[in-house]
Design a protein around this ligand. Structure first.
Ligand code: SF4
Ligand code: SF4
Ligand code: FES
Length: 353
């Protein structure tokens, strides 16, 4: 047995009082979970501590909380490890972010998480006619979607999504990973419709800023950001969907500028994203309008020297030998006729090719 101190964030919106921290010292074996520690504090000191849990085995997804500021499953975090990672030896537990608190450590998953999951039509729309016996699905295809199928709907990725903090309407990592589960499934009849819907939505697949937070937060290795990138590749490369948000054009311009210079040329990125991927893009009316509306941002960047007139006129480039290496990476990725979406989660191979 060892002693551990828990610092719990308490809040009851119905009380009219603000949130406050409360400390309880519990004793349990170091390998026991933070959830068991909370339940002991609840049992011994204060039965009103609000915590949601069920399976206690990292399967049901109910016990998502923040431990020392990081989202995780309380039943899946050893007390000893949590103490080691705390800033002052006290294990701090608070409710997940980006969702309203119902009470103490319990957040309203319905108001955010489940609403977004429903938004992506989270069921298979079967191709017709339905076979008399079972569908035969190639093994590789199921390997590809198994990673998104591993989601236990705990909300940890939603809690830490930086885009969702800025745009609460963003469909978000968990729901988009769920969307890929069906877009990657050959039995589904509406791949194009699903992708058009998610690409055209201003809060859809192009609202993700690749911050990687959802990848670090997920306790099940779902890597939601990777599923979002898969959705984008399907939408752009396979279905050639040019969305009204300019997401696909922006991505194409980004990729071709890096391929050409080895570095991003910010001054070219905006006109190419709006006027097409060419040096003449800045003279197109659509790009000119966007450039005009961005003048205050451009002026601020010039004032803060994030952008210099010299960099605008003469973009920075890597030396020729380095650019050749980058080109080799592009050739390697673009080379095979068929894109392979295997991942380390199941196949043991490295990330996407
Ligand atoms: S990578 Fe995208 S979806 Fe994931 S947390 Fe960051 S912004 Fe959100
Ligand atoms: S993707 Fe991971 S973090 Fe997000 S809800 Fe599913 S299991 Fe939880
Ligand atoms: S209690 Fe089920 S995942 Fe933690």
């Amino acid at each position: 047995m060892a002693e551990f101190t828990l610092r719990l964030r308490r809040y009851d919106p119905e009380s009219g009082e603000g949130p406050f921290w409360e400390e309880h010292t519990i004793d349990l074996e170091p390998h026991r979970s933070v959830l068991e520690g909370i339940l002991q504090a609840k049992d011994r000191f204060d039965g009103s501590i609000g915590i949601r849990c069920s399976c206690r085995a990292a399967i049901c997804g109910s016990c998502g909380v923040k431990i020392n500021g990081q989202p995780d499953l309380a039943c899946h975090t050893h007390l000893e490890r949590a103490k080691r990672r705390s800033k002052d030896g006290i294990i701090e537990v608070e409710p997940m972010g980006n969702m309203p608190v119902i009470k103490d450590l319990i957040v309203d998953m319905e108001a955010v998480h489940w609403k977004k999951i429903r938004r992506v039509t989270p069921w298979l729309i079967a191709k017709q006619p339905v076979p008399e016996r079972e569908y035969i699905v190639p093994r590789e295809t199921m390997v590809d979607v198994t990673q998104s199928m591993a989601c236990i709907q705990c909300g940890a990725c939603v809690s830490d999504c930086l885009s969702m903090e800025v745009d609460p309407e963003f469909i978000g990592p968990a729901a988009l990973a769920k969307a890929y589960r069906f877009v990657g499934d050959p039995r589904d009849a509406q791949h194009r419709e699903r992708l058009e819907d998610l690409a055209e939505d201003p809060h859809g697949i192009y609202d993700c800023t690749h911050c990687f937070q959802c990848i670090s937060a997920c306790p099940k290795g779902v890597a939601p950001m990777n599923q979002i990138m898969r959705l984008r590749r399907r939408a752009g490369n396979d279905f050639h969907i040019e969305d009204r948000n300019n997401g696909e054009r922006h991505e194409r311009a980004f990729v071709s500028l890096i391929k050409r210079n080895g570095l991003l040329d910010e001054a070219e990125l905006l006109p190419r994203s709006y006027g097409g991927d060419s040096a003449l893009a800045k003279f197109k009316p659509s790009a000119a309008a966007e450039l005009a509306s961005s003048l205050p941002v451009i002026a601020r960047a010039l004032l803060r020297r994030k952008l210099t007139p010299a960099a605008v006129l003469k973009p920075h480039k890597l030396p020729r030998a380095d650019r050749d290496q980058i080109k080799r990476i592009y050739d390697e990725v673009d080379g095979p006729d068929e894109r392979v979406e295997f991942n380390i989660y199941i196949s043991g191979k490295d990330e996407d090719r």
